[in-house]
Design a protein around this ligand. Structure first.
Ligand code: SF4
Ligand code: SF4
Length: 140
């Protein structure tokens, strides 16, 4: 069974297609409690995500799908070691084996400060909903 579907996303006159988990909830209205739909982080990274992803468009490298709660979560907050292992150069990690473990609490602290956790959906994005199932794509 495919893990992701294509979701047509509409932002002003621009349209963008993102890959999103088939069980992800529909995005709520701005101001409503965040339901972990993931749309914001899959479309483009927040300021912290820009640093981690080293790009301004496309899915943030830190966004993670959690099967147990069927939601997307910020990996910088809930899986900082895994995120650092992904974003730090492998050579640097080889030279300094304890680096990721040492930096993980700092990254989680930044994430808590920078991300508006528990303050409701702050995204005005509009999604056109599910369009097409894919079998050859995966969200990491
Ligand atoms: S902030 Fe809004 S768009 Fe982003 S994951 Fe939460 S509900 Fe979805
Ligand atoms: S909230 Fe976390 S996962 Fe989402 S864009 Fe920011 S750093 Fe990335």
């Amino acid at each position: 069974m495919p893990d992701v579907v294509q979701c047509g996303h509409c932002m002003s006159k621009n349209h963008q297609v993102i890959h999103i988990h088939r069980n992800a909830a529909q995005k709520p209205l701005p101001g409503a409690p965040c339901n972990g739909c993931g749309l914001c982080c899959l479309l483009e990274p927040c300021p912290l995500g820009v640093i981690l992803s080293r790009r301004r468009r496309g899915a943030c490298v830190a966004v993670r799908w959690h099967d147990d709660v069927q939601q997307y979560r910020c990996g910088a907050l809930c899986e900082p070691v895994a995120v650092l292992q992904r974003v730090l150069p492998a050579r640097l990690q080889r030279l300094s084996p304890g680096l990721t473990a040492g930096l993980a609490p700092i990254l989680a602290r930044w994430a808590r400060r920078w991300i508006a956790v528990g303050q409701g959906c702050d995204s005005s994005l509009q999604s056109t909903g599910l369009a097409e199932s894919l079998t050859d794509a995966r969200i990491q």
